[in-house]
Design a protein around this ligand. Structure first.
Ligand code: ZN
Ligand code: MN
Length: 138
């Protein structure tokens, strides 16, 4: 993580100890945590850290392109520190999110694309995960 501080400085990010703690928690994190999850984890170390600080930091990180914001559940944003192009598999029961690193051939017909220069896409696959499926059948 310390070796990553240079990377974050390049984004023009002021690195306070609180911000570093949030970045450390997110580094390599695959759980797609919500702001509440991040606050619960980081405030154990920084007991004076407020939820507003966590939320504001996440907003800054998102603006700088360090974090991707996912709106999976209404009113509950989740964050993905992996900003490389990928898709998601989502369990509608337990809300678990799994990364899908696969390219899908998607072409948008000209009349729909409306001369947009298409830069990317994000597909969300919804379903019930094996654990939830088993729980339901018990
Ligand atoms: Zn599930
Ligand atoms: Mn992801």
């Amino acid at each position: 993580m310390i070796q990553n501080t240079e990377k974050y400085r390049k984004f023009g990010l002021k690195l306070t100890p609180q911000r570093l703690a949030i970045l450390r928690y997110l580094d390599g994190n695959k759980s797609h945590p919500s702001a509440e999850d991040i606050y619960n984890a980081v405030s154990k170390e920084f007991t004076t850290m407020s939820f507003a600080t966590v939320y504001n930091t996440l907003e800054v990180l998102r603006e700088k392109g360090i974090l991707r914001e996912l709106k999976i559940e209404p009113g509950k944003k989740r964050y993905d520190p992996d900003t490389t192009p990928h898709h998601h598999l989502i369990c509608i029961k337990c809300k678990k999110l799994i990364d899908i690193y696969k390219r899908f051939k998607l072409t948008l017909p000209e009349d729909i694309a409306r001369e947009f220069e298409i830069l990317g896409n994000h597909i969300e696959f919804y379903g019930v995960c094996p654990e939830c499926k088993q729980r339901n059948s018990q």
